[in-house]
Design a protein around this ligand. Structure first.
Ligand code: GLA
Length: 720
């Protein structure tokens, strides 16, 4: 069997080509220099299809052997990665290996975000062809040696003489011929995103998916497959992250012989992609990483990779401005004067930017009107936006602005002028979400128009930051301006339109910091992070609920991508009271900001905020670049939430602990700090105690019992 082997520093990925040209998946896991084809045994299995060219030898079936890119139509009855129909209705393909190549550098994907990297990064591409239809598939693998990451993507090329329809095209498949595995995925809802759930993979197919047009609050396009005894500190586990922000599916199934297939890619529901002869289709990228060292290590691999090989732009390696956002301070009810008052306070407290959220444009005084009309409401802000921005800058702050470019209200000039620009089905009253309709971003003229309107605003005032929001799920997938048969292509092209808009912003305004948002964290994925290095993690700013949300987010995404704000109490989403200190400690596990009316604070609160900002500025490198450890899990029911950052040299750490409940006479909690040198000696600033790295890892710091609900502590550890 011809082997194709991809090596990273600690992992190996191996495929094998059979004599008949079947491409088998032989191995992905801890470093291995062997020939894994020897691990396969061939038996005749009842009811499993045999390729025609093998007749006489019934021991070879795609239904049983591990497939690198399973397709429908070759006798494999497990869930396929690829399905194709010809114009005459004939469905089914049988891809065979043609050739492969190793190239220096990382492939890119036209119009889609993809990981990038230079030194030592390689691309492997494997060409497959279906002899019958002449449709070809190019499988691409990006090999990031140092990072222990392999990326995958798929190109489909129609080399036939007639149109074909792709009905399913996933981007990555992994096969496990042995082992008991759990699937970890991150589900949620608006204001409660990325709650982790762990289930054993069984014989019924598990699907994690979004059909909302965005990656969604409900399911995140990041999953982990972990051997059943895997913990934070040990065990074999695999992560898959989709570099895409629209509909997706993750499938995990155990087959009749206890083998597991894990796949990720575009959701095939409502997806029919027509390819004319000569046309190509590009499926988005999947990031794969694995380790036998447990979940913390896997997360750390994803953190580093996304931070250094997905995120881009002038803020990738810079501390983000500590901002105050006026949303929870004023909602729609503000004036220019009020904003300047907040800015004065912000400046006095050491903040660096004021972000003007929703309501600065059109007739936007509530969520019933105005979306789509990107003209400044000068009456409301008491002058031009340039004047307001100048006044904010005079206070020593930068200025940021909220936009929601993909949306329109029926009560808007844009909708009155262009009702055909929304996604809707002729003759059917559209489904509304937050009183708004979705603009057809699959159409270039729509993206051009919105880009030009937003550019005009950016060109006429000094604006250093944009919050790019998206506040409803897509329902009507029909474009009045497209050909009828294009209906199954719209959602994909819509996402390309969003990426086009973001890429143009990046190229035209390279200094701009763009923060992603979708009613909080409804589009928190590696695709968005290619354009926006940080994302508003959730509309839920309650410190205690944020422990769960931020913990769930930390499995797949770096801390540098999380935006977290201190807001008012009682909290607007839960009614809970927590101290300013606790709110600050939680918001420091991300890009710290504030979201409350600063003009109402008393002196004590102001002083506390000044100190928080000072502390954050001193620690941000540790937070941004440090190795992150989940220490205690409120998601799993622990009484405390705890996490730690350790610097690269392992001579400095920050351990944060938050009590998630109030209890009488409670047991003492020991918060561990893993990741330090076991024989190193560390001084703790807060306890003034000295601990060995081994004590910190295996015993931890005893957290004093405090008679205060939701108290928080931070421990600074420095090697002596
Ligand atoms: C969404 C965002 C909020 C805020 C509002 C404004 O819900 O997540 O942060 O910007 O929209 O309408």
């Amino acid at each position: 069997m011809e082997l194709i082997t991809l090596q990273t520093k600690h992992t190996t990925y191996q495929m094998g080509v059979t004599e008949q040209g079947l491409l088998l998946h032989l191995y992905y896991g801890a470093k291995n220099k062997g020939d894994l084809s020897n691990t396969l045994l061939h038996y005749e299995r009842g009811m499993s299809g045999v390729p025609y060219d093998l007749h006489g030898d019934n021991t070879v079936s795609c239904d049983v052997l591990p497939q690198e890119y399973p397709c429908f139509g070759n006798g494999d009855y497990r869930s396929p990665a690829f399905e194709l129909t010809k114009k005459d209705g004939v469905r089914g393909v049988d891809f065979r290996y043609r050739s492969h190549q190793m190239l220096d550098g990382k492939y890119q994907i036209p119009r889609l975000p993809a990981a990038y990297g230079e030194n030592g990064v390689q691309t492997c591409q494997i060409l497959l062809e279906d002899p019958c239809t002449k449709v070809q598939i190019m499988l691409r693998y990006g090999i990031f040696f140092e990072q222990d990451v392999i990326t995958r993507s798929v190109e489909v090329i129609n080399r036939s003489f007639e149109e074909v329809v792709i009905q399913k095209v996933l981007s990555a498949t992994l096969e496990f011929v042995t082992g008991q595995y759990d699937l970890l995925y991150f589900h949620g809802r608006h204001m409660m995103e990325r709650i982790s759930e762990r289930v054993p993979v069984g014989h019924a197919k598990h699907c994690v998916e979004s059909r909302r047009g965005t990656s969604s609050h409900q399911h995140n396009p990041f999953v982990i497959l972990a051997e059943q005894h895997t913990t934070e500190e040990s065990g074999l586990c695999y992560g898959m992250s989709f570099v895409y922000s629209g509909n997706f599916v993750v499938e995990a199934e155990k087959d009749q012989f206890e083998q597991i297939r894990l796949q990720m890619g575009l959701l095939n529901e409502a997806f029919d992609y027509h390819l004319e002869p000569g046309e190509k289709f590009y499926a988005p990228e999947v990031i794969l990483s694995c380790t036998e060292k447990g979940l913390s290590r896997l997360s750390q691999q994803f953190h580093l990779f996304i931070r250094e090989h997905i995120c881009r732009g002038s803020y990738q390696h810079r501390r983000r401005p500590i901002l105050v956002n006026n949303w929870e301070a004023t909602y729609f009810d503000f004036t220019g004067e009020k904003l300047i008052e907040i800015a004065k306070q912000a400046s006095d407290l050491g903040m660096e930017m004021l972000v003007l959220d929703d309501g600065w444009f059109g007739k936007r005084n509530n969520d019933l009107a105005g979306l789509g009309d990107w003209e400044v409401n000068e009456e409301k802000i008491g002058g031009t936006l340039r004047e307001l921005s100048e006044a904010i800058h005079k206070e020593g702050l930068q200025f940021g602005l909220w936009i929601e470019p993909e949306m329109v209200n029926e009560d808007s000039n844009l909708y009155r002028a262009h009702p055909e620009w929304v996604l809707r089905i002729p003759g059917k009253p559209p489904v509304l979400g937050r009183n708004q309709l979705v603009l057809d971003f699959s159409r270039k003229e729509v993206v051009d128009y919105i880009f030009q309107k937003i550019s005009f605003v950016l060109d006429h005032a000094k604006i250093e930051y944009l919050k790019m929001d998206m506040n409803r799920s897509i329902c009507e997938v029909y474009s009045e301006m497209a050909r009828r048969q294009d209906a199954g292509m719209i959602l994909y092209q819509y996402v390309l339109g969003v990426y086009d808009f973001l890429e143009r912003l990046q190229q035209t305004y390279p200094a701009l910091l763009i923060e992603g948002c979708s009613s909080g964290g409804g589009r928190f994925d590696a695709g968005m992070l290619y354009y926006t290095p940080q994302i508003w993690c959730s509309d839920n700013t309650d410190a205690i609920e944020r422990l769960v949300i931020q913990e769930g987010t930390s499995y797949g995404y770096p801390i540098s991508s999380v935006s977290a704000h201190v807001s008012a109490v009682p909290n607007h989403q839960t009614g809970r009271n927590t101290s300013m200190h606790t709110r600050g400690v939680v918001a420091m596990a991300g890009n710290l900001g504030y979201e409350l009316d600063l003009t109402t604070l008393d002196e004590e609160e102001k002083q506390e905020i000044r100190e928080q900002i000072q502390a954050y500025k001193e620690q941000w490198e540790l937070i941004h670049y440090g190795t992150y450890y989940r220490v205690a899990s409120t998601m799993a029911g622990d009484a405390y939430g705890a996490w730690a950052f350790v610097n690269e040299e392992k001579n400095k750490a920050l351990l944060s602990v938050v009590s998630a409940e109030a209890r009488a006479n409670r047991p003492i909690y020991y918060a561990k700090c893993p990741g330090l040198k076991e024989d190193g000696i560390y001084h703790c600033l807060e306890t003034d105690g000295v601990y060995s790295g081994a004590t910190l890892r295996y015993v931890g710091i005893a957290i004093p019992i405090v008679n205060e609900e939701y108290f928080a502590r931070q421990y600074h550890l420095n090697e002596v």
